[in-house]
Design a protein around this ligand. Structure first.
Ligand code: AMP
Length: 127
């Protein structure tokens, strides 16, 4: 599903391989629409990635091409993970990197969920 200005979806990216069961993951939650698993290099005591099951490179791609049911299912999966991990009272951060300026490493749309300590300012201040 090419989006203007973006390369087509790369079927060999690491999250596509996880979804095909080619490499293992530490699953936190799975349903028809989404898979949530622990990040391999956690940047907070809780660092979970939530990915849609179908192939989208970016939020632009996902929001333009996913069905209403997929968008609802993915959004509910993110909320379900936060609730079931007990993160609501202390708080948590959702973050999605898109493209080079955001430092996106894996070209399959994903939401990071960080928690477990005060997470500091949203962005590094310009130095
Ligand atoms: P991003 O920079 O937003 O594309 O984030 C990609 C994230 O995927 C990074 O936080 C990586 O640590 C994480 N990651 C890469 N490979 C794996 C893997 N095999 N299992 C779990 N997380 C991974």
């Amino acid at each position: 599903m090419a989006v203007s200005g973006l390369p087509p979806y790369d079927e060999h990216n690491i999250f596509a391989r996880i979804l095909r069961g080619e490499i293992p993951n530490k699953t936190v939650y799975e349903d028809e629409w989404a898979l949530a698993f622990h990040d391999i290099a956690p940047q907070a005591p809780v660092h979970v990635l939530v990915i849609p099951k179908r192939p989208y490179c970016s939020f632009a791609d996902f929001s333009a091409h996913a069905s209403d049911a997929e968008i609802a299912g993915f959004t509910r999966a993110v909320g379900h993970v936060a609730r079931t991990l007990g993160l609501e009272s202390a708080g948590y951060r959702l973050l999605a990197n898109m493209g080079a300026n955001a430092g996106q490493e894996v070209p399959h749309f994903h939401m990071h969920l960080f928690a477990g300590r005060p997470l500091g300012p949203m962005l590094n201040r310009p130095g």
